[in-house]
Design a protein around this ligand. Structure first.
Ligand code: AKG
Length: 511
């Protein structure tokens, strides 16, 4: 059962190949406890177990009451192999220890499955080892200075990434972020010698990790401990953060950053901390998709036959999910590349009562935009807009009254957007939408404001409500004239407007 779930997950993530992968029991690099890892296509992955209070699995015609989910995420194998290489060199005092061959090093009593990692170790361990070749034989010995250089590099890249992942990190000073980065990396290191050496090397005061919670959230053993391992990252995170309240900086320090995945899942659940501006129902999430995901999405969008595009007066449009009518949706199944992203928006926002079933893809050249409009009543009042390609500024302006209240079914596109409104510019606001970001707006921002994008190839982002959040994530972007806060739209922008039409009509004639 466990393997079939993994097979399902891995294939779904497109990393399956022909083999489902192997479950290996190896020693956790910090606790030294036997821990289960997934070895798949030459990649070592950690396994996490997620469980929400209510949930079951439908497996064919069988229902498993336990709706938990095992998730495998890549881990740098150097962390996992470090203690084994450390032990194998048999270092004593100042003596640097012995050079050994890989199969010898990976012979770990009680853990025969290290032998599966021979070629992986050959590929990755030179970064932290000295090597010697004698004829066709190669010998390895861990080198402290190389290990520290590698660890420092890990810490520095994590320190750079943290402020963009979480506002609390962005708000704190650099030193504290460095300490947090070390503590996250420290989840994979034994205190002696590595963690202490790392603190020393970074000029930080060592904090005894035994006074903090330890990380027990990796899956301890392949099959035997499956049922006993009761932990839910989501439930835990909700309890820790009080779910609806903003997580304070102090609270973050106390709870500790459990590990990298925990931090990501917390970031995604805490929509509150992505709120921007004064209207309480607008959220901006930078870097919602990775560069690679952006490329994959664009490949799908442009890879089709082309017939999906509908050319409008000032932009092109693809409609996915079916036709939206006043009375609901005449559905068409979303392709899997879209359900992957809509499921991510649905799950991480927690704002949609059921799966997103409709996506409009808009393509804008630099001199194209979309007139101020309000999305119609056919939709559930939450919108998630994923931006790809060029950055753009979206303007929101409150309307006092709308002359009509049609929906924004694409067949009536510009004209179908609710008519020309009276404006109240006093409370207008704008949001800078950088590539790969997700903008969510709902309730008041959905029903009391018009949103639109000007058709100018240069836009001013002086007044945007999310300048810090947007720019923190893309400081090297050459398309911005930073002094004057002018954005040069020199590329095409593609957006995915993801929504839910609650009323779905399987049969048009039943309307
Ligand atoms: O492209 C965007 O960011 C906005 C699209 C939009 O407002 C719509 O499709 O209704």
């Amino acid at each position: 059962m466990l393997l079939s779930i993994f097979r399902f997950i891995c294939e779904d993530l497109g990393c399956g190949g022909n083999k489902p992968g192997e479950l290996l029991t190896l020693r956790h690099p910090k606790s030294e406890n036997g821990t289960c890892y997934l070895f798949n296509n030459g990649m070592l992955q950690e396994i996490q177990w997620f469980k929400q209070s209510y949930g079951s699995w439908f497996l064919g015609d069988y229902i498993s009451q336990d709706g938990s989910l095992y998730m495998a995420t890549p881990v740098d194998p150097v962390f996992i192999l470090l203690p084994v290489f450390d032990q194998a060199r048999m270092k004593k005092g100042d003596d640097p220890g012995k050079f050994r061959q890989l199969d010898e090093i990976l012979f770990v009593e009680g853990y025969p499955e290290y032998q599966h990692l021979l070629s992986l170790a050959e590929k990755c361990m030179e970064i932290v080892c000295q090597t010697q070749e004698v004829g066709s034989m190669k010998f390895y010995r861990l080198d402290n200075s190389k290990v520290l250089a590698w660890l420092t590099c890990k810490v520095r890249s994590l320190k750079k990434a943290l402020p963009a992942l979480d506002k609390n990190y962005a708000a704190q000073d650099e030193k504290q972020t460095l300490v947090d980065a070390v503590s996250i990396v420290g989840e994979y290191l034994k205190t002696e010698p590595w963690l202490k050496l790392l603190y020393d090397c970074l000029g930080l005061e060592f904090v005894d990790p035994t006074t903090k919670e330890t990380n027990t959230e990796t899956f301890p053993n392949a099959i035997e401990n499956k049922m006993e391992y009761s932990n839910s990252l989501q439930e835990k995170a909700n309890k820790k953060t009080g779910k609806h309240g903003k997580q304070t900086k102090q609270a973050k320090v106390e709870t500790g950053s459990k590990n990298i995945r925990d931090m990501f899942s917390r970031a995604s659940m805490e929509l509150e901390s992505f709120r921007v501006g004064l209207t309480p129902t607008v959220f901006y999430i930078p870097g919602f998709v990775t560069d690679q995901e952006q490329t994959q999405l664009l490949d799908h969008i442009y890879g089709g036959s082309g017939s999906k595009w509908k050319t409008l007066k000032n932009r092109r449009l693809q409609n996915w999910g079916g036709m939206v009518h006043e009375k609901g949706l005449v559905p068409q199944e979303l392709p899997s590349w879209l359900t992957k992203i809509t499921a991510k928006i649905h799950e991480s926002s927690g704002l949609f009562p059921s799966a997103i079933n409709h996506v409009l893809i808009n393509e804008y050249h630099p001199d194209q935009g979309i007139m101020p409009h309000q999305d119609g009543p056919a939709y559930f009042p939450v919108v998630g807009i994923l931006s790809l390609g060029s950055p753009v500024v979206m303007d929101f302006s409150p309307h006092l009254r709308l002359r009509s209240s049609g929906d924004d079914d694409i067949s009536s596109d510009q004209s179908g957007k609710s008519g020309v409104p009276e404006r109240d510019n006093q409370h207008s606001f704008s949001v800078l939408m950088m590539p790969r970001s997700l903008l969510i707006f709902k309730d008041d921002a959905y029903s009391d404001y018009l949103h639109g994008i000007s058709d100018s190839p240069t836009q001013c982002y002086k007044q945007v409500v999310n300048e810090t959040e947007a720019l923190a994530y893309s400081s090297g972007d050459s398309r911005k004239d930073g002094d004057n806060k002018i954005l040069h739209r020199d590329q095409t922008r593609v957006s995915l407007t993801c929504r839910l039409v609650p009323k779905v009509h399987k049969n048009l004639f039943r309307f």
